[in-house]
Design a protein around this ligand. Sequence first.
Ligand SMILES: *[C@@H]1O[C@H](CO)[C@@H](O)[C@H](O)[C@H]1NC(C)=O
Ligand SMILES: *[C@@H]1O[C@H](CO)[C@@H](O)[C@H](O)[C@H]1NC(C)=O
Ligand SMILES: *[C@@H]1O[C@H](CO)[C@@H](O)[C@H](O)[C@H]1NC(C)=O
Length: 372
Amino acid sequence: MFPPLSRHVWSLSRTTAFLAILWLILRLARDSPATTTTTTTTSSPSSHSPHAADADADAIARQCRLHGWKPFLPAGGSPRQRRKVYDLVLVNTELDQLEIRLNTTFAHVDYYVLVESARTFTYRPKPLHLRAALAGPRFAPYASKLVYHELEFPPGYKPRSAWQIEALQRNALFTQVFPRLARERDVAGSSSSGGGGGGGGERAPSPGTRFYYYSFQWLHRGPEWPHPQATYYQGLQGTVLPEDLRMGIGGKGPWPLRELRRWWERGGVSNASWHCSSCFATVGEVVGKMGSFSHVGLNKARFRERGWIVERVRNGRDLWDRKGEAYDRVDNNTDVPEFVRQNRDRFAYMLDRDGPSAGFVDSEPEKGGRER
Ligand SMILES: *[C@@H]1O[C@H](CO)[C@@H](O)[C@H](O)[C@H]1NC(C)=O
Ligand SMILES: *[C@@H]1O[C@H](CO)[C@@H](O)[C@H](O)[C@H]1NC(C)=O
Ligand SMILES: *[C@@H]1O[C@H](CO)[C@@H](O)[C@H](O)[C@H]1NC(C)=O
């Protein structure tokens, strides 16, 4: 179904604490009343003064030069206009990570599109954790930028594989949400004058991600995590879909051109974000994740055993005993999201897995052991 390289990338991403992520950079080409309101309420305070806007422009130009890019200039628009940034997140159970993400990027993102499914990747029913949480106070500080959508399965949907369900869920971040956004917030208006260009190609430079496992104490050995990806909004029909973007496939034009363009547009900024895989507060979530993701082959009884999970996580060893999956210990890691640093006690499990319970809050402490 996927080329071998993609398959490898795919398998690395299986156990992600965060699913299906991409930045969708949307060109704000025209100041319609609807978009003006949005921009005013969401742009950082500094961009309201012309002086600060110049400083911003300088900083952007410097940053671009480092990578050989050119700053985006809206066609015929004022340099104060800018693209809107949409962050598309498929949410499973990882509400801590979601909160950290929102807190960390809130000033830079215009909207977070959050899609949640009432079924797992293996098509079993599951509770809508996020919907429940959104009814409470926890996410209230971020509510102004959240666009929630419960995944809709097509009528009579008969999935042939877990991969197919996962692709459907990921693509739904765009296909099930943006038509509505286009109607309600005039995103279509801004894209039509954006034309084909969008200030670049189909795929935008994407962040390279520091790839941790279990906590910020265990760094995955090997290359950076190659997600999330970014793209430009090119209308409801023309935008690269999340699944193609993530897998590095698809694109416009005939085959050799398509490949060439993808190669040309590869690259991004190294060490630009964090990813913490299987970063869970409870053993229950680890087990739940094992049962809900697409690698049904790895979902064996012995891997779901509490003692096994605690031992693996505490010692930074692979949960599934996979060959070549190794994690290097980082002592007293300070390169963690600010929000985690500010809330050390709450996120203790993300910083330290050394205790007898490996930081899991639902684990039985061993006899004679001291809970940390
Ligand atoms: C992020 O969290 C800090 C507390 O750790 C809080 O002061 C701040 O207001 C939060 N940011 C947003 C955008 O809510
Ligand atoms: C990644 O960036 C952070 C923050 O700038 C820095 O502290 C850290 O040393 C960098 N890590 C690597 C491997 O470059
Ligand atoms: C990490 O911090 C602890 C407590 O602050 C200290 O005892 C320990 O020596 C530090 N470890 C390293 C490798 O720096």
